[in-house]
Design a protein around this ligand. Sequence first.
Ligand SMILES: C[S@@+](CC[C@H](N)C(=O)[O-])C[C@H]1O[C@@H](n2cnc3c(N)ncnc32)[C@H](O)[C@@H]1O
Length: 145
Amino acid sequence: MDIFLVREIVTIAIMCSSITSNVIKRHYDNIKIEKIECRFNSPILNLRNFNNFVKNSILTIYLDKLKLIAGENIKTKLTSLDIGCGKGGDLFKWRKNGITHLVCADISKKSLDECVRRYNKMTINDNKCDEQFDVEFIRLDCSRV
Ligand SMILES: C[S@@+](CC[C@H](N)C(=O)[O-])C[C@H]1O[C@@H](n2cnc3c(N)ncnc32)[C@H](O)[C@@H]1O
């Protein structure tokens, strides 16, 4: 294939990816943040619960395997990257499964701000909890890393 044609295709692919990212970012930045109580009125509540159950099961299965392989030392080292962390809907799952350091990355500033707020609320309420963990928040387009 002609080298110029390849370059054209790559340029178009990069432009499309950038347009898509902007559409996604705008979409999530414009979503109204619902109060936690409103979740119970959601028409897809059962689907959400099932989705959370599956995610939690996957985390538990694989993190348990990881802890087994790594032995005792894992307690101080369990770090994970949450790509597209959103508003932090999985923060409790990470904490429950013994993560000690979490990196939360998302393209949407509004979602990430809410994630920070929920994490702060969670740590204030959890002073006496053994399962505390540190979180780093990064706003970025993960498709471009
Ligand atoms: C359906 S939400 C899921 C949020 C969270 N993981 C949860 O389960 O509660 C998808 C998230 O992915 C983020 N996202 C989509 N494309 C992204 C990209 N290219 N880079 C970073 N974040 C992205 C969106 O901003 C949104 O917050």
